[in-house]
Design a protein around this ligand. Structure first.
Ligand code: SF4
Ligand code: SF4
Length: 386
C-alpha cells in the first residue's frame, strides 16, 4: 500500500520469505505450474472454474506479475471483498469526519484519508483545518496521545490482521485521552455471505495468508464444509498464488471440499493464539454493513462493554447529521464497487474507470486504497501480460 506499510489495513505483503522471496518468483517454475494448471483445467467437468481470492494483497501480486495472463481459459480468478479500506462504510467515515471536525485529533492509516464519506473525506476535513494524523502502526496512536493534551481518536480499520494490534493497544493501559473508533471487520463471515450470492457462483476460495497468520487455516474448515467448497490458504508471491490456484482447481475437478494450507512457511492450522485471545478479549462481532456488499452478520468488530471507556462511540456524541445521507448501498451513483467486490464485475466494466474516477480523484473507495481493485487495475493497466 502506498501510504500504509506492512501492519497497515492489510498487513502489507507478508511473504515471510525475507531475502528468499525471489525463490518464489522463478519464471521457469511458474511456467511449469501454469502448464500443470492448464492440463487440470482441461479435465474439468464444467469449465470455467471460478475461484475467488479475498485480499487486496493478492490482487496486487496478481496484477503486478500478470498472473491472470498465465491462467488457461478454463479458470477464472476473481477478487472478492478483500479490502478493508474499500468496504469501510460511508457512515463510519462520516463518524471519523464528524469527530475530526468537532476538534479532536483523529489518527488513522494513510489509505483512509481519501475514502469518500457521504459528503466529505478525512482529507477534506484536514484541508479545512481539522487535526488528522497518518499512522503506520497501531502503536503510533499511543505516542500521539501521550504528546497531546486533548482527546485523540484512533479510527481503527482493517481486518483481523490489524484488529489484533488494536486490541493489544487497548490492553496496554493506554493514555486516558485515547479512544478507539472501530471500523474493524472480520473476514470469514463475509466469505460465507459471498459464497451464498447466486450471481457469484464461486467454486473455491484462495484465502488470505496474512489474515490466516492470525486466525490459522482451521478457521475456514466450517465454511468449506458448510458450502462444500475447497479453500486453499495462499501466500503472496507468484508461485504461491499459482500453486494455490492449481490446487484449488484440482480439488474442484475431483469434487473435493476442505481446507489446505499452501502457505505453511507462515500459517499454521491454529494461527497466532495469543493474538486471537487479545482480539476476542477486546472485540466482539456484530452485524454491520460492508460498503456496497451487504449487511453481514458478526462481521463488524466493536469494543466489548468491558472496554467501553476506550470506545469513541461511548465517549463522544458523534453528530453525523450534517454529513449522513447515504443511499441504500452506500456507494456513489454509478460506482460499481459492490459488484466488483462481489466478483460479478471487473473495474473496466465501470464507465467511470480511468475517466471520472482516478487515483488522484477517486469516486469510489476501490480507487483509493493501493489494494483496492480499481486502483490496482489503473496502476497496472488492466490485465497486464508477463
Ligand atoms: S486492499 Fe484494501 S483490501 Fe485488501 S488488504 Fe488492503 S486495504 Fe486490503
Ligand atoms: S472505477 Fe471508481 S467509480 Fe467505478 S467502480 Fe471503481 S471505484 Fe467505483
Amino acid at each position: 500500500m502506498s501510504e500504509t506499510p506492512p501492519g497497515g489495513p492489510t498487513g502489507g505483503l507478508p511473504t515471510g520469505d525475507g531475502e528468499n522471496a525471489l525463490e518464489f518468483r522463478d519464471p521457469e517454475k511458474a511456467r511449469a505450474i501454469a502448464d500443470t494448471l492448464a492440463e487440470i483445467g482441461e479435465e474439468l467437468e464444467d469449465p470455467p472454474a471460478t475461484v475467488m481470492h479475498v485480499c487486496g494483497s493478492h490482487e496486487q501480486s496478481i496484477a503486478k506479475f500478470g498472473i491472470r495472463s498465465m491462467l488457461p481459459d478454463t479458470v477464472r480468478l476473481i477478487m472478492g471483498p478483500g479490502c478493508p479500506v474499500c468496504i469501510t462504510d460511508m457512515p463510519e467515515v462520516d463518524e471519523a469526519v464528524a469527530l475530526a471536525e468537532s476538534g479532536v485529533t483523529v489518527a488513522t492509516y494513510g489509505d483512509m484519508l481519501k475514502v469518500p464519506g457521504t459528503s466529505k473525506s478525512l482529507d477534506d476535513a484536514r484541508a479545512a483545518g481539522a487535526d488528522v494524523r497518518i499512522i503506520y502502526s497501531a502503536g503510533d496512536v499511543v505516542e500521539i496521545a501521550e504528546e497531546e493534551d486533548g482527546e485523540v481518536v484512533f479510527f481503527a480499520t482493517g481486518f483481523e490482521t490489524t484488529a489484533a494490534p488494536t486490541a493489544a493497544v487497548v490492553l496496554s493501559d493506554p493514555p486516558p485521552n485515547l479512544s478507539i473508533l472501530s471500523a474493524h471487520k472480520y473476514v470469514p463471515p463475509a466469505m460465507e455471505i459471498v459464497a451464498e450470492m447466486p450471481d457469484t457462483d464461486i467454486q473455491g476460495y484462495l484465502a488470505a495468508g496474512n489474515a490466516a497468520i492470525i486466525t490459522g487455516s482451521g478457521i475456514f474448515e466450517e465454511l468449506a464444509e458448510r458450502h462444500e467448497l475447497p479453500v486453499v490458504v495462499g501466500g503472496f508471491e507468484p508461485l504461491d498464488i499459482l500453486a494455490g490456484v492449481t490446487r484449488l482447481v484440482e480439488m474442484i475437478r475431483d469434487g473435493e471440499a476442505g481446507v489446505e494450507n499452501a502457505y505453511p512457511r507462515c500459517v499454521t492450522r491454529e494461527g497466532n493464539e495469543p493474538a486471537q485471545e487479545q482480539l476476542w478479549e477486546v472485540f466482539e462481532g456484530v452485524s454491520g454493513q460492508w460498503r456496497g456488499i451487504a449487511d453481514i452478520p458478526d462481521a463488524n468488530l466493536v469494543l466489548r462493554g468491558e472496554y467501553a471507556e476506550y470506545d469513541a462511540r461511548e465517549r463522544f456524541e458523534i453528530d453525523t447529521a450534517s454529513l449522513a445521507d447515504a443511499g441504500a448501498t452506500g456507494l456513489a451513483d454509478d460506482c460499481i464497487c459492490g459488484d466488483i467486490m462481489s466478483g460479478t464485475a471487473e473495474p473496466t466494466d465501470c464507465e467511470m474507470f480511468g475517466e471520472e474516477c482516478t487515483p488522484d480523484d477517486p469516486v469510489g473507495a476501490c480507487m483509493v486504497s493501493s489494494e483496492g481493485t480499481c486502483k490496482i487495475w489503473h496502476e497496472y493497466g488492466g490485465r497486464p501480460d508477463i
